[in-house]
Design a binder for this molecule. Structure first.
Ligand SMILES: [Zn+2]
Length: 133
């Protein structure tokens, strides 16, 4: 799989991930990798991180979470209320995939599906964004 993305400064938040080429709908773009931790440890870390506006704990399944803060560029993909991507979990791996045809230069985003809905600030600027994720 060729790398189709590049990390850059985001208008949404900090650094983000952008399409470097045109990416067709449903393409697997990048794995959300990191440290595999128990749900209990993941929840503990999430509660600490989310207070600082960081969302790196990804629910893998009922037993395990992935802490992306120890992982690759997948963790830099920002949340959007109208995302360009979605995630899928296959054979114990989390993949970020294109939700639609994405043009070169567009920011890659997905819906974080945070547990505590509408309690964290959102700056995605999508038309349907209520300012909270
Ligand atoms: Zn938003």
């Amino acid at each position: 799989m060729n790398k189709s993305y590049v990390v850059g400064k985001s208008k949404i938040h900090g650094r983000g991930v952008f399409a470097e080429i045109n990416i067709p709908k449903y393409t697997k773009i990048v794995e959300y990798d990191g440290e595999k931790v128990s749900r209990a440890e993941g929840t503990r870390r999430h509660n600490l991180q989310s207070k600082k506006g960081r969302f790196y704990i990804f629910e893998l399944n009922k037993q395990w979470d992935i802490d992306g803060s120890k992982g690759g560029p997948g963790k830099l993909i920002n949340h959007s209320c109208t995302p360009t991507c979605y995630y899928t979990i296959k054979r114990g791996k989390i993949w970020i995939c294109a939700k639609r045809n994405i043009h070169s230069g567009e920011e890659l985003t997905y819906n974080y599906d945070v547990l505590e809905k509408n309690t964290h600030l959102c700056n995605c600027k999508a038309k349907n964004c209520k300012g909270l994720m």
